[in-house]
Each structure stands twice: as structure tokens, then as C-alpha cells.
Design a protein. Structure first.
Lengths: 231, 303
């Protein structure tokens, strides 16, 4: 049977030396999920934006995806655990949408600019799990009109974030994805909602707790793997 | 306080005999003047009383495998209550390896702990809260919020049925009867616990944060009142294996449950030619044979 294959890449970000004790737990699962998506697994390792905090490196996807000629791009943080039964969610979406696993209310963390006012959807990106097709690649468009410090100044972490390990410089990627969604009016979907619509609500296929220190995170991850009966 | 149907498990404690001599043993077996082995009739009555209990019925000791009628007990328990509702608390002692098939056939859940690692800590239950918190209202406030009543089990032993497994141990120490072991006794709710709470909990340290002791130590912690009460009867006190507690409250940082480490439990199971899998409800199920390669190991080898 002939079919035109979809070109999909599952990206993650682990710049040189980033916590191998975490990635040794997450990467086998991410690679397994990439296999299910029929996707290439691509680790962004090199710094291309040294003036920005490391988390900004995921905006390399804007260029990489174009060079790869991808139909779909999926990004998952390198400290996220993906259950082997996590469904391939891409068939549920058309290429005119992008999305995250979930999203927050925008006014809690970020200062508005005219893109947010004009868009009016108040979508605060949780970009640890992100998907966008070639039609919506602007989701990862690098920022050209603000300096790193100006972006950091627009981010106001929650109390829990500030009191743990997530400070303003760690939120710039969420802020800039939110801003690109608003700036380009990208159609946005929330995977949690879609899974409920598909009769698969709250099945616990993903684990990502970003407010833990790496050593706490490793211990929690081992617990999750036990709970998932994988070890 | 939790109602008994809100607990995960109700224990049937078939013996207080044990091959180990842990510090601060939760069953205080070394303080009992004699060892008991539940008769088959007592056990049958206990099992029959649990018909309809919606959660798990546990077989516990001491070390339950030391009971000479362990195989018969297993068969009756499985036939009466069904494997899916049964749990076994054991150290899998050396010399009883032939029991592996009947363990796997009888129990959906096993809770293995051979107390051989130093980071398993035992709370000093023999340090009475009444000697630490003198205001009675405040003491019962803490007892009402007891961590162990909220997370451990109710229990049946030869003295009857009890709302708390530690209260059941104190009943043995004080030679006091519990509730009749009759069908549906486990429908009791906190309004029914008053008499047992007032009789046993003031002597127990469970509701108060106290420094815990590695189970590999040899001595028990005991408070002065409890010491005076037990010094004439307790073999362990007579052997000098105790420390009078200074009654200071602690931040209680010592872990209680290091034994939940799957690798540790797998090593214990392997001695009996068994392996464990984690059930969807987060417990451990025993199987005969060698453990299959876990899926995470397969994933690592695939990619």
C-alpha cells in the first residue's frame, strides 16, 4: 500500500551534560513514544542562543523543523516521564492547530502586551509538552523584539515556583510561546481536554513536576516507574 | 480516627512467635511471657468474621510461617475469602521455602520485610503518650489524629478484635479481651472505639512524634510507667534489653517504610524462588519463578 509518510520529530532539550541521572530514566520512554509517533527523536544539545537562559534553546525548533521538512513537531521536556501506553495523539488534530498538554490562566504569571490584549484568550503556555505542525511553526519563532532581561522582567513566578527551583528566567519559554500563540492567533488545543473527549481522561500517562530539585526529582521518578510497574 | 472499612486491611495475627528479635518490635513479642499459636477454630472464626469485608484481610504474626498449621490456614482462608482479598506479612524465614507455592496460590498481596537493613526504623510504641502529654484533652486530641490508626490496620488476635493493631498488642500485654470476633464486627466506626481507645492508647507512643530506633538494634525504648507495669513479666526487660525513654518529643525524621523498596523485597522473594510484581493498586503480588525482565529494562535495551 502506498502512503505518503508524515514527517514527525519528537524534540527534547538537554544541553551538554544536563542531568544524565534524569535523562537515563526519561529518554528510553521518550524514544519509545517517538517510535509510536513514527517520529525521529532529536535531542537539542548545542547552545545556539548563549545570551538567553538555557531553556530558550527549545526555540531552535523553529529553524530545525523547517530544515527537516517536518509535518508535525512534538516537544517534551527532558525531565518528563511518558508512559509506554501514552497514545499517539496526533491523529486527533488537524494541522491548523497547535497545543500543549495543559495550559494555565495567563494573568497570573505574565505582564500583558498588546498581543495578549488583542488575542483575548489569555492562554498561558505550559510548553513542557508542545505540538505544532508546519502550519503553526511560529509557535517556536525566536523573539526578536525583546531582550532577555525584558522577557525575564515580564515573568512573575507563583509562590510555589519562586520558593522552589523555578524562577523568572525559567519561565521565559512559557512566556514566549504564550506570546507567539497570541501574536499569530494560533489555534490552540489542550491535550487533556482532547483526551477526555476521546474517553481517555485522567489516565496518568504523563508525569512532569518542574518544582523539584534534581535529586528529589530522580527519587520521585523512580517511584513513578514503580507505580507504572515498569521496574 | 478511621472507620474499619476505610482501612486497607484488617489483620489476623496467627502467632506472636518470631525468629527475629527486632528493637521496638511492633508486636512486642519479646515482652510477652508466653508464645501463642492461634488454634484452627480461633482462626476459622476470625476468617469467617471477615466474610464481606470489602478490602484486604491480612495474615500476620509474629512470623506467620512459623505457625505449624500455616498450610491449612492458607487453604481455609483462600476458600473462604478468595485470593484477591488476601495479604501476607512475612519475612520469608530460612527453612520454610517449601511454602512458596502455597503463598503464591493463596495471597494476591505479600508484604515482605526481613528487617535485615539498618534503615528500617521502629517507632517506640512502649513509650506511653500519657507520660508525655499530661493534659488529657490534648492527649486525646493527638490520639484522635494518630498516624498509625490512619495508616495501619485493625486486627484480630486470640484476645478478640481491635480497632488498631497496636491496641491489639497492648491487649495481649494487659491480658484484656477485645470485641467478640463475630460476623460484621468490622462495621464499627469511631463512635464504637471509645472503650478501647481509653483502655490502650494512653500507654502507646504511636500518636506522639518520638525518635525511632533501627530495627537492627537490640534494645527497646520504654517509658517509666510502662516499665513498672511490665518489669515483672517481660522477658526482654528481665534480660536488660531496654532503655528508659527520656520522654522527649522528636522531629521523627527516621523513615518507617524503607522496606517498601522493590529491589529489597525482590531479593527476599528470590530466596523462595518467587518474584513480585506491583499491582494496579500499588501493592506487591507474588509469583513463582524468576522475575521476567522489567519493561523499563527492555526499553533501555531496545533504544
Amino acid at each position: 500500500m502506498w502512503e505518503k509518510p508524515l514527517k514527525v520529530t519528537l524534540f527534547t532539550l538537554a544541553t551538554e551534560g544536563w542531568h544524565p541521572e534524569i535523562t537515563e530514566l526519561t529518554f528510553p520512554l521518550l524514544k519509545h513514544f517517538a517510535k509510536k509517533l513514527n517520529a525521529e527523536f532529536y535531542v537539542i544539545k548545542d547552545r545556539k542562543f548563549p545570551d538567553w537562559p538555557p531553556t530558550y534553546e527549545k526555540f531552535q525548533i523553529y529553524q530545525l523543523a523547517q530544515e527537516m521538512g517536518n509535518d508535525w513537531n512534538v516537544y517534551i521536556d527532558a525531565d518528563a516521564l511518558v508512559h509506554p501506553e501514552m497514545p499517539n495523539f496526533l491523529p486527533w488534530y488537524t494541522k491548523d492547530v497547535c497545543g500543549h498538554n495543559g495550559h494555565d490562566p495567563l494573568p497570573i504569571r505574565y505582564r500583558y502586551d498588546r498581543f495578549f490584549y488583542r488575542d483575548g484568550r489569555h492562554i498561558s503556555s505550559c510548553n513542557w509538552f508542545t505540538f505544532a505542525s508546519d502550519w503553526c511553526i511560529e509557535l517556536w519563532e525566536p523573539c526578536t523584539d525583546l531582550t532577555p532581561q525584558e522577557v525575564i522582567d515580564r515573568c512573575m513566578p507563583t509562590v510555589e515556583e519562586e520558593q522552589t527551583v523555578c524562577h523568572a528566567e525559567h519561565l521565559i519559554d512559557d512566556y514566549l510561546c504564550s506570546r507567539n500563540i497570541a501574536k499569530y492567533g494560533l489555534k490552540f488545543k489542550n491535550l487533556i481536554t482532547t483526551m477526555q473527549e476521546q474517553g481517555m481522561g485522567n489516565m496518568g500517562f504523563l508525569w512532569h513536576v518542574y518544582t523539584l530539585k534534581p535529586e528529589e526529582k530522580r527519587a520521585k521518578m523512580e517511584e513513578v516507574l514503580r507505580h507504572w510497574r515498569l521496574v | 480516627m478511621r472507620s474499619l472499612v476505610d482501612m486497607d486491611t484488617i489483620q489476623i495475627e496467627i502467632t506472636n512467635a518470631c525468629h527475629r528479635k527486632c528493637a521496638n518490635c511492633t508486636r512486642m513479642g519479646q515482652h510477652m511471657p508466653s508464645t501463642y499459636f492461634m488454634s484452627f477454630d480461633e482462626f476459622k472464626k476470625a476468617v469467617d468474621s471477615m466474610k464481606g469485608y470489602p478490602k484486604m484481610t491480612g495474615m500476620m504474626g509474629g512470623e506467620p510461617l512459623l505457625h505449624p498449621q500455616f498450610p491449612e490456614f492458607c487453604e481455609y482462608m483462600r476458600e473462604t475469602l478468595g485470593r484477591d482479598h488476601l495479604g501476607l506479612w512475612t519475612a520469608l524465614p530460612v527453612g520454610y521455602e517449601d511454602y512458596a507455592p502455597i503463598i503464591c496460590k493463596t495471597f494476591k498481596y505479600v508484604f515482605l520485610n526481613d528487617h535485615t537493613r539498618p534503615d528500617i526504623y521502629h517507632h517506640p510504641f512502649l513509650v506511653g503518650i500519657q507520660e508525655i502529654i499530661h493534659n488529657t484533652d490534648e492527649m486525646f486530641y493527638h490520639i484522635n489524629n494518630c498516624f498509625f490508626q490512619h495508616s495501619w490496620s485493625a486486627s484480630i488476635n486470640p484476645n478478640g478484635a481491635f480497632f488498631c493493631e497496636i491496641a491489639a498488642v497492648f491487649a495481649l500485654l494487659f491480658n484484656v479481651k477485645g470485641w467478640d470476633v463475630e460476623p460484621g464486627w468490622w462495621w464499627r466506626t469511631p463512635k464504637d472505639f471509645k472503650e478501647q481507645i481509653e483502655r490502650f492508647c494512653p500507654f502507646c507512643g504511636g500518636a506522639v512524634p518520638l525518635k525511632r530506633r533501627s530495627s537492627l538494634d537490640s534494645v527497646d525504648d520504654i517509658s517509666p510507667v510502662n516499665y513498672n507495669m511490665l518489669k515483672g513479666t517481660s522477658p526482654k526487660i528481665k534480660s536488660g534489653l531496654f532503655v528508659i525513654h527520656d520522654l522527649t518529643i522528636s522531629d521523627c525524621l527516621e523513615p518507617l517504610a524503607a522496606y517498601k523498596d522493590l529491589a529489597y523485597r525482590d531479593r527476599i522473594a528470590a530466596r523462595y524462588g518467587m518474584y513480585l510484581t506491583i499491582t494496579p493498586d500499588g501493592f506487591w503480588e507474588p509469583h513463582l519463578g524468576e522475575k521476567p525482565t522489567p519493561m523499563f529494562e527492555k526499553l533501555k535495551s531496545w533504544y
